[in-house]
Design a protein around this ligand. Structure first.
Ligand code: UDP
Length: 238
């Protein structure tokens, strides 16, 4: 499958058409941004790791019965995916307080929740991706009530799948962001990526951050953290 016209260039990925209108090629870059694009940089080798990790996890999620956009890995950085209309919501699941949650509600990072939380941000760069309530999502007709139930249910199941996957590898899944898309027949499927750019992953034994917070907060050893997470993922590909 060959790359056709470039459709879009985002912060961390480029998207290309293919000769099949129902398929796209996603190409992962090493570029990294944080704080709504205010902080810019590059993490050497990140694109390769995020591509491989996202594909591995999407295949795992698909095996558990949740449809995803993943079709086939084409190369180190390129993957064939199903073309969808992205639902303009960032779906965030949290097991432990960190980042904006800790800041907004004045709780310490590391506070463990009794049960996972699900929240939504409205994907809209001009507005700065604001937090949005479910009733507001419906008022804006971003999705139907049924689709919102599907998205929330999938998000919580994906949390259980990923949490158990990482815990076996000595990593605590703190929180993550996922996005969904709709195929032409209206099916809701998991899209975008799942990687250390979009998840908080803490070493269970030491609490060391093994994710993009190392870049956001200038903690150093950014590349090393991505490599370590990939090493754990590959440790036992049962
Ligand atoms: N996240 C993301 N993209 C965003 C915002 C958040 O992938 O634009 C991820 C982030 O990496 C973390 C989770 O979603 O794993 C929760 O992020 P939070 O709301 O705490 O925001 P942050 O502190 O990153 O601003």
């Amino acid at each position: 499958m060959e790359k056709g016209k470039q459709l879009y260039e985002g912060k961390a990925k480029k998207v290309f058409e293919t000769d099949d209108p129902s398929l796209l090629i996603v190409s992962y870059k090493d570029d990294a941004t944080a704080f709504n694009g205010l902080k810019k940089g590059s993490i050497a080798g990140k694109g390769v790791i995020n591509n491989q990790m996202s594909n591995y996890l999407m295949a795992l999620i698909e095996k558990e019965g949740i449809p995803t956009h993943f079709v086939r890995e084409l190369s180190d950085r390129d993957t064939l995916v199903r073309r969808v209309a992205i639902i303009p919501l960032e779906v965030i699941v949290r097991n432990i307080a960190a980042g904006s949650f800790a800041k907004n509600y004045g709780v310490s990072e590391g506070t463990v929740f009794d049960r996972p939380t699900v929240e939504f941000s409205y994907k809209n760069d001009a507005l700065g991706d604001p937090l949005i309530a479910p009733s507001h999502i419906l008022a804006l007709h971003l999705v139907t009530e049924k689709e919102l139930d599907t998205v929330s249910g999938y998000a919580l199941r994906i949390n259980e799948i990923l949490r158990s996957f990482w815990s076996k590898r000595g990593i605590t899944l703190v929180d993550f962001k996922i996005e969904f898309g709709k195929t032409p027949d209206g099916t809701v499927i998991l899209a975008d990526e799942i990687s250390p750019d979009t998840c908080r992953l803490w070493d269970t034994a030491t609490g060391t951050r093994l994710d993009k917070d190392r870049f956001r907060r200038d903690l150093g050893n950014v590349e090393e953290a991505y490599i370590e997470v990939m090493k754990r993922l590959k440790a036992d590909q049962e």
